[in-house]
Design a binder for this molecule. Structure first.
Ligand code: FAD
Ligand code: SF4
Length: 507
């Protein structure tokens, strides 16, 4: 009897119970699929990294004695989609059962559920054994604010707690300590990059005319593509970056592209690393090095993984599929062209977009407070913005991209993710970065030609959405500030914003 078990490209969890012992009755199927390269235009490095990691995972399974049928894009190009390919394998092997792991994306979940209903075989669905909460966690936690969700998980997994179950350091959250600007003279650590030759995959993408964005050096792919490299990146982070992670978590500079961030998201999202493994490693490393690493650094890091990562997944599964349609602020504008080229006079945008095209990476505050903030202020339609974020980043998978983009950065969910929009003027960018000094625009100028576009667009955004945001208690102060400004000044600011909006593509 043959049981066919499907492993998706983001299910590279070597510790999964499926792989404990080889079984001749089990055939694992993995496939590089045209449908996965085409549902959005992806960064070339992202496609290369996914396929390279899948190939290494399949080889590792075979070395461990498992039976694997691997379809390269050359092999799978003949099939219209995943169901057609699977049907063929099931027929060819006269399979008597089919199994898959819960997909993390709604799109694939639906596709496989529909496919399973057409089969005359027993079908089973296994957990991915990756996340720390169940897919339907939203229903099981009494609180739907991230902070309380995070605290519940700290207790559940006994993370950074004292013997009485209280948070170490007497507080749950050191966010207030995590907002330092980078000193101008700071010597930034070099990011650890790999140099995997993926030329064969790159040529295959050309053969199949796969449309991609961004640049890539296929002779030296810099992202980790197996567990050993992922673990090396984790160790590098603990040793060189964790000591300053929390402090400079929100800082931005044109002098570096990942600062003190871990760049572990690709390894985590493909499941080459387990979140608890990363959390425990960070906690243990901090405990052994408390002279160099403060609690605020490690808490800030763990909160991202134990808190935000699990939280956005719970939110995604509870609110899909309608979450993808939400557009609370009725934003309608197209995405400005420079999101695809980085060619803009706005230094912050040019750098955040430029490095995204070069490395398939920008850190959280660049995504949230530069590119996301700008799109929010300008009123870009969340659909086109989602496609951009879903394509350009190495770690972009819909379950984590969508709540962050539509929810956190665009307030298109009307406040599910955040109690107020993450809207900010140039003042915030100037406070947290070194961008403004070299910018063609003047961050101090609120209106008029040459004034920072973030400034006038910020007030224009608040003014045009007063009916939706004016009653929000967390927005009262900013509206009071707006109302205090002289009418002539307000008029100038709004007029400048109108001019900028009219030529949004050429800023
Ligand atoms: P670090 O700063 O080192 O953080 C450590 C880890 O914490 C990350 O690897 C990630 O797994 C987790 N994490 C941190 N912030 C978040 C968050 N807000 N939500 C979920 N997990 C988080 N993250 C993705 O993994 N995929 C995406 O497609 C994605 N799209 C985003 C889109 C927007 C508009 C925004 C504002 C954020 C997005 N994020 C996304 C969250 C975050 O920006 C990235 O996880 C992070 O920048 C990855 O880099 P890093 O590994 O160096 O993270
Ligand atoms: Fe960005 Fe404005 Fe600063 Fe220029 S002046 S870098 S546009 S915030």
């Amino acid at each position: 009897m043959t049981q066919v078990r499907l492993i998706l490209g983001d299910q590279l969890n070597a510790s999964h119970s499926w792989f404990q012992l080889p079984d001749d009755d089990v055939l694992f199927v993995m496939a590089e699929l045209p449908q996965e390269t085409a549902y959005v235009v992806h960064h070339r490095q992202k496609v290369l990294a996914f396929f390279a990691a899948m190939r290494r995972f399949a080889s590792a399974l075979e070395r461990a004695g498992h039976r694997v049928r691997y379809f390269t894009l050359d092999d799978s190009a003949a099939y219209a989609d995943l169901p057609e390919l699977l049907r063929r394998v099931l027929n060819e092997t006269s399979a008597e059962a089919f199994a898959y792991q819960w997909p993390d994306e709604y799109r694939l979940d639906q596709q496989l559920a529909d496919f399973a209903r057409t089969l005359d075989l027993p079908v089973s669905v296994a957990d991915t054994e990756h996340f720390l909460t169940a897919r339907d966690a939203w229903e099981h936690y009494s609180t739907h604010r991230m902070e309380y969700f995070y605290r519940a998980l700290r207790r559940e997994y006994q993370v950074l707690l004292d013997d009485d179950g209280k948070p170490l350091g007497g507080q749950w959250n050191f966010d207030a300590d995590n907002r330092a600007r980078l000193p101008r003279e700071a010597a930034l650590p070099e990011p650890l990059v790999f140099a995997t030759d993926v030329t064969d995959i790159d040529q295959m993408l050309d053969r199949h005319d796969v449309q991609t964005l961004g640049v890539a050096d296929p002779s030296a792919l810099l992202w980790p593509v197996n567990r050993a490299q992922s673990r090396e990146l984790l160790q590098y982070f603990l040793k060189h970056l964790l000591p300053a992670f929390g402090r400079y978590q929100d800082a931005m500079t044109p002098d570096g592209w990942s600062l003190y961030h871990s760049r572990l998201s690709f390894s985590l999202n493909t499941k080459m690393l387990h979140p608890l493994e990363v959390i425990r490693a960070a906690e243990a490393h901090w405990q052994a090095n408390q002279a160099q690493i403060t609690l605020a650094q490690v808490e800030g890091f763990i909160r991202q993984i134990l808190g935000w990562r699990e939280y956005v997944r719970a939110l995604y599964w509870h609110h899909m599929p309608d979450y993808r349609q939400r557009n609370h602020l009725s934003a309608q504008r197209p995405l400005p062209d420079y999101y695809w080229t980085g060619k803009t006079d706005m230094a912050c945008m040019a750098h955040a977009i430029g490095q995204s095209l070069e490395y398939a990476y920008a850190h959280h505050i660049q995504r949230l407070m530069v590119t996301g903030n700008f799109a929010l202020l300008a009123g870009v339609h969340p659909d086109v913005l989602d496609d951009w974020y879903l394509g350009i980043y190495i770690d972009a998978i819909e379950w984590v991209e969508l709540p962050n983009t539509r929810g956190m950065s665009q307030y298109a969910d009307g406040g599910l993710m955040g109690s107020k929009p993450y809207a900010a003027s140039g003042q915030y960018v100037n406070k947290m970065s070194h961008y403004c000094k070299t910018c063609a625009y003047d961050v101090k100028a609120k209106s008029g030609e040459g004034s920072c576009p973030f400034n006038s667009l910020y007030w224009h955004f608040l003014n045009r959405h007063r009916d939706r945001l004016g009653d929000n208690p967390r927005m009262k102060l900013v509206y009071a500030n707006w109302d205090r400004q002289a009418p002539a000044q307000r008029k100038d600011v709004l007029a400048t914003a109108e001019v900028y909006l009219a030529r949004l593509n050429t800023l």
